[in-house]
Design a protein around this ligand. Sequence first.
Ligand SMILES: Nc1ncnc2c1ncn2[C@@H]1O[C@H](COP(=O)(O)OP(=O)(O)OP(=O)(O)O)[C@@H](O)[C@H]1O
Ligand SMILES: C[C@H](N)[C@H](N)CCCCCC(=O)O
Ligand SMILES: [Mg+2]
Length: 207
Amino acid sequence: MENLFITGIGTDVGKTLVAAILTEALQADYWKPVQAGLTPTTDAGTVRGLVTNPISRFWPERYRLALPASPHAAAAAEGLILRPDDFELPTTSNHLVVEGAGGLLVPLAPGFSVADLVQRLGLAVVVVSRHYLGSINHTLLTLEALRQRQIPVRGLVFNGAPNPATEEAILSYYNGPVMPRILEEPAVSAAVVARYAAEYREWFMSA
Ligand SMILES: Nc1ncnc2c1ncn2[C@@H]1O[C@H](COP(=O)(O)OP(=O)(O)OP(=O)(O)O)[C@@H](O)[C@H]1O
Ligand SMILES: C[C@H](N)[C@H](N)CCCCCC(=O)O
Ligand SMILES: [Mg+2]
């Protein structure tokens, strides 16, 4: 069974798109434990709209916070402090795709980060990297933090337009699994997700 936590090198790098592709590829369940920002849509709402298989279940968020900010701040704005023992994996016999918020060391509360949540849930991660000036450092810092914490990396995904020099730098440090690349798409749709999902299914079968 694949139980995957989707993290990334920051916010807005394509975790939700990758989560939708993996959910469709594996006909997995999807869970976003902490959603900060509820409009115009939630990540679970986006994934639901991109996935077409009839098997996937969408588990309710543990926290739905109104402020589109770091979860610790969005929670504080509502007088909440998120705690590690608030979080239990949904009970499912299906594959499960869990999406984080922002990057790996984003605080859910003071002293409680996304990385701590990953470790509590005991999941392997998928790391989404997107190229921009500064992204080599952000990607290597993420991989380094995962290595230090001995969190297994199930795959690294390059999302968006390729940049060979950047990828060479990253791959000279990281020699773990690399999942199929996602190109910059003119529009993100269920058809695009289905196309990549077929490629990802092949990848899982050959990995
Ligand atoms: N390969 C791509 N082609 C076209 N658009 C993309 C691609 N990857 C991401 N996007 C767009 O970039 C935006 C940010 O992506 P996404 O919502 O997946 O980021 P995220 O990492 O999940 O952010 P968050 O931290 O808020 O969860 C979205 O509008 C998404 O559709
Ligand atoms: C609001 C945003 N879309 C995400 N839900 C949360 C991103 C938190 C980033 C915090 C940070 O790294 O500074
Ligand atoms: Mg997202």
